[in-house]
Design a protein around this ligand. Structure first.
Ligand code: 5RP
Length: 229
């Protein structure tokens, strides 16, 4: 049986991590494999410091023995490895399926290089089939939902065990079914302007490299073309 594509890309991405780096540690079933591989390398002598993007990746990294730091000790991150729910040809992403989008976006924004690890099912010609996660404050989230629906989606409050899902930051998530997103940067800006929205799962201009795992156990790497200056 071919190896799990998520495991293949997680391990491949960890090859980009070098001694001395500050490394952003993503969240989700694919990023988990990268953290596991980094743990192995740390136990073999690799010297890195990690910044987790969620309580889940924090716990895993701690169990793996990866030294952790926070933003009080650094100003930038050398490299981050994270997953995604959808990736379009321009390297726009939908993230937040696991509810960690706010910390993931803060870490991605502070990263010199953001590597996204996905299996090939995540590649889409256009974003939007996966409902866009939007993190909102618990106070007045219904108002934000109305504003989001005015942008052309159906927004559902994410729940867990019959209660509103609570993020690591104490907020809620609205999963916004747009169906198709024609202009991700424009929609990201519109959503950011809504009062009560903390952050949305559209990541535009943040991913530098995509590593794609195929069903046959191989992987393909794509680098974002540099904009013409
Ligand atoms: C969590 C995320 C994840 O990276 C995304 O949901 C992909 O997860 P997986 O690798 O399990 O498919 O954005 O907030």
């Amino acid at each position: 049986m071919p190896p799990n594509p998520k495991q293949v890309v997680g391990a491949r991405a960890s090859d980009y991590v070098e001694d001395g780096m500050v490394v952003g540690l993503g969240t989700g079933s694919t990023a988990t494999f990268a953290i596991r591989k980094l743990g192995e390398r740390v136990r073999q002598g690799l010297n890195i410091r990690g910044i987790p993007t969620s309580e889940q990746s924090h716990a895993q990294a701690r169990d793996e023995g990866i030294p952790l730091i926070d933003f009080s000790e650094i100003t930038r991150i050398d490299l981050t490895i994270d997953g995604a729910d959808e990736v379009d040809p321009a390297f726009n992403l939908t993230k937040g399926g696991g509810g960690a989008l706010l910390r993931e976006k803060i870490v991605a924004s502070a990263s010199q290089t953001e590597i996204i690890v996905v299996d090939e099912t995540k590649l889409k010609d256009r974003l939007g089939a996966f409902p866009l996660p939007v993190e909102v404050t618990p106070f007045g989230w219904q108002i934000a939902r109305g504003c989001l629906e005015d942008l052309g989606c159906r927004a559902l409050l994410r729940t867990q065990e019959d209660a509103p899902f609570v993020t690591d930051n104490g907020n809620h998530i609205l999963d916004c079914a747009f169906g198709r997103i024609d202009d991700p940067p424009a929609l990201e800006a519109q959503i950011a302007a809504i009062c009560g929205v903390v952050e949305c799962g559209l990541f535009t201009g943040l991913a530098h490299r995509i590593i794609i795992g195929k069903a046959d156990g191989t992987c393909e790497e794509r680098t974002r073309p540099q904009p013409l200056s």
